[in-house]
Design a binder for this molecule. Sequence first.
Ligand code: THU
Length: 160
Amino acid sequence: MKTISCQFEYKIYESIEELSVPDRELMLMAVEELKNAYAPYSNFHVGAAVRLNDQSVYIGSNQENASYPLCMCGERVALYNAAANKPFVPIESLAITIKNLSMIIDKPVSPCGACRQVISEYEFRHRQAIRILLKSDNDEVYVISSVNDLLPLGFNASFL
Ligand code: THU
């Protein structure tokens, strides 16, 4: 028997001002996208923006439904928007932000398990890590270099 430990590093920027210009712009687009969230049931708004290698940007926000399981996360709307428009261009970065209308969230919120799996699919498809930028109500921004850090021992097409 042996024990394997996993650890990962991520960066914490004190504010969006500390980010590079492209990262700051991407996060600001995600923040702007919050207003398009359709979240009348949870009141939890998610805005996301994806930057591709060709520097084009695609946005998305969560879209809810009275039939709750049909709700779609903002990250996935943005990723599918990008993939539907530029299927063959690898994804460089994904910025995600949230606004809970019922309370202040003072630390970045990271993507749900389903979204981690979808991000992983696009990393595998394009053989390129996707940087993930996270921000909530406070100023801090977390930057994670790959979804593999959030999804250790993940499942992907290499097993199929
Ligand atoms: N949501 C996202 O958009 N992304 C996540 O990673 C977690 C949850 C959405 C789904 C639903 O509209 C609301 O947030 C509450 O779960």
